[in-house]
Design a protein around this ligand. Sequence first.
Ligand code: ATP
Ligand code: MG
Length: 446
Amino acid sequence: MTITVPEKVKYILDTLNAHGFESYAVGGCVRDTIMGKEPFDWDITTSALPEKTIEIFEALGCRVIKTGIKHGTVTVLKDHEPFEVTTFRIDGEYTDRRRPDGVSFTASLEEDLKRRDFTINAIVTDCEGNIKDAFGGINDIKRKVIKAIGDPDKRLNEDALRIMRALRFASVLGFQVDPELQKSLRKNKELLRNIAPERINAEFSKLICGENFAWVLLNFTDIIEVFIPEIKVCVGFDQRNIHHIYDVWEHSVKAAEAIPADLILRLTMLFHDIEKPSCFFMGEDHQGHFYGHAKKSAETAEKILRRLRYDNKTVKEVTELIELHDVEIVPEKKPVLRRMGKMGKESFEKLIAVKYADNKAQSPIVLSRRKDFQKIEEIAAEAQWESSCFSLKSLAVNGKDLIDAGFPAGKEIGKILQYLLESVIDGKYENEKETLLRAAENFRKC
Ligand code: ATP
Ligand code: MG
């Protein structure tokens, strides 16, 4: 089998070869190319020591960055495009199960490939596109299987992040997990406690946006529970309500499956009902009810997201959507515009997507509610078309106008603007500057 190597990669490989070193493209780029996908970036592995690589490319006028020189990695910029070039290496002992205590360089490609995680990630190509596949990676790509190189227990003990990487690749590539590796993932799951939350976050975020994420989350729930123990009570929790046919966790995953692969939306759906079990009570109508679960779920989601080091913007967006996921929006012009005005167009559209997805993951008997969401969407679209006033941005006055008109700067300004916006939406005033300044004056007086 041969593959096409991009010109710039070929240049780097050719240059190293011309200086008497072995060099190959390796890892994700080869795997993705074999799968017919466009690789994200091209990583290079070589027998040249990092200092030698720097010397060779600097002499040719290329900029070289000492990215991780201790681990053998430098970044060569070819026509402004970065390529990581790493020396063949053997990882030392992993006493903390996180990072090798030290690495040593080797002249053997085979040694380098042995330290890699999965067979599909240890395929290399030379500058001509000739492939070397020491561990049967191509066959595993064909079989669609993630398989460890060597003894899975040993490999996961060296670096527990590989547990997350296995699940991430299974999700993103749509692959199965080799039975022996599967067993080992479960057996060693507690090792994830040694891994920094930022690194779990990076893998988990890719995982939940992958094509096969629902299968992974439902089949490896026990592993996800290690870093999100809050989902434990949701697993198998019978909602005892005719609107629901799934337990809380299954419903959450199915709802996530019913929404586009966007991090904010997926996180929202996964945690939107997380406090349902704690809010459960059996009503006189013999149905399970969950009053207050939206707000409580938003609070718990915030704890989870902060613990996993999600940024403030993500936390804010996800928790706002969770808190509002159950809010009733009457499919009529005023309530729709008022809600749009409060949330802003983008968040409002996300909320409607959340409502569709939530509904799709409930019992088919409530599917007819989609009609309401469709109506809401129509109203929202029309409102844009009419360029009605539904956000502070489109209001004919802003904070500066109010200050110029003599209103004191500060919190009060925000309140007045919100009042003006709602009044315009309600049709009380025209969205016109003079009118609104007068209305603001009256509002201040009363
Ligand atoms: P992608 O770039 O699509 O996330 P990738 O396979 O290129 O996937 P990287 O994290 O870029 O993943 O790593 C490049 C290569 O380095 C991998 O293909 C694998 O061979 C090796 N590798 C990365 N992380 C590990 C790890 N934790 N243990 C063993 N090998 C690893
Ligand atoms: Mg990569």
